[in-house]
Design a binder for this molecule. Structure first.
Ligand code: AMP
Ligand code: MG
Length: 350
């Protein structure tokens, strides 16, 4: 298959391009498109055969359900069998935007989308390209992240091209994704909301609207026999480059010293060593391939760059990557959740 790559303006996309993409979706094809979180891989969310193609293209395990995206609020009601009170509050406060809601599913949603669950995950993205495309398609669009399963989510069209070229019909390039980490996932199917995946809409922001919520333990602990994530996708080693990622935590000086020591040891063994540094520390490392993920004073820069930098370590062939860690407050929770997964919770504490 030849994958068509088309550039559009992120704010005022060419509607002719989006019409062509919408036709592909309605006819059972696959289109990758930008959203405010990461690039999504779209298919007709009511067509089980089309959704199967998403699993095939990504190499995604079939028990990992997809997210259905909608282009306006009216798109919600046909695909759920109940909108809970908390869902209504969250929708008013944060939609369109980077938060996905899990609700009881309607019969029209195929099992291929939900992995056999009786709930469905739904998002109404705010990105102009995503919204217009879904509206033009006139169907709910199943859209998980447009990466090969297990690789870091794509924040640029070039990442999608690298993973999926030749496997999908079209890639719409709308420039870099603004937020850079996947959406928050909140289960509002029962009385007390449960945070399944942290993202741009933080726990604190959600609690400001619906009061105290629960957090699925798999958000901050390594999945095990006792800790089975409620979002099936969270159990897989995710977001990871080919290198082993090791997180180094402790005081600033101890972390720098430890990373320098480990780098020297590994270089002696003939390994290619990457270091994920920040603007604040980039000049403190002596050897290895040092990449700056962002500015500690501006956590949004770290969120926006994290997946791009993890992919870069693959590109430059790092065998091992040492990374600093970040505060888990607010948006830091999403950053540390993804980093913990990339590192499979592998820590050096010093
Ligand atoms: P992705 O869009 O690639 O980040 O993948 C979608 C995420 O949503 C995965 O982690 C899924 O496990 C999760 N998800 C989808 N549907 C449900 C559902 N009904 N209940 C819980 N989690 C879900
Ligand atoms: Mg994904």
């Amino acid at each position: 298959m030849i994958t068509k790559l088309v550039k559009v303006d992120a704010e005022r996309p060419d509607l002719n391009v989006l019409r062509e993409a919408a036709d592909i979706l309605r006819n059972g094809g696959l289109v990758a498109f930008p959203t405010e979180t990461v690039y999504g891989l779209g298919a007709n969310g009511l067509d089980a055969e089309a959704c199967k193609k998403i699993y095939e293209a990504k190499g995604r395990p079939s028990d990992n359900p997809l997210i259905l995206t909608i282009g306006d609020l009216n798109g919600l009601y046909p695909i759920v069998n109940k909108v809970t009170e908390n869902a209504e509050k969250i929708i008013k406060a944060f939609w369109p935007g980077p938060i996905t809601l899990v609700l009881p599913k309607a019969d029209c949603v195929p099992d291929t989308v939900t992995g056999g669950l009786d709930t469905v995950a739904i998002r109404f993205p705010s990105h102009a390209v995503a919204r217009e495309l879904i509206k033009l398609a006139g169907i709910p669009v199943a859209a998980p992240s447009a990466n090969s399963s297990g690789k870091p989510s794509p924040t640029r069209a070039s990442h999608v091209e690298f993973d999926l070229n030749g496997k999908i019909d079209m890639i719409i390039d709308g420039g870099p994704a603004e937020w850079g980490l996947e959406s928050t996932i909140l289960d509002v199917s029962e009385d007390k909301p449960v945070l399944l995946r942290p993202g741009a809409v933080t726990k604190e922001m959600i609690e400001g609207v619906v009061g105290e919520i629960d957090v699925d333990p798999a958000v901050y602990m390594k999945p095990s026999a006792d800790i089975v994530p409620k979002a099936p996708g969270m159990k897989y080693k995710h977001y990871s480059p080919s290198a082993s990622v090791i997180l180094v935590s402790g005081s600033r000086d101890n972390v720098i010293k430890k990373i320098n020591e480990k780098t020297e040891e590994d270089l002696k063994k003939g390994l290619s060593v990457g270091i994920m540094a920040t603007e604040q520390t980039k000049d403190c490392y002596k050897a290895g391939k040092i990449l700056v993920v962002g500015d500690r004073e501006k956590p949004e820069t770290i969120g926006a760059n994290l997946f791009k930098i993890l992919r870069k370590f693959d590109y430059i062939g790092a065998d091992v990557v040492y990374s600093e860690v970040f505060d888990e407050d607010g948006e830091g929770a999403a950053i540390m959740n993804r980093l913990n997964k990339a590192a499979a919770f592998n820590y050096i504490r010093c």
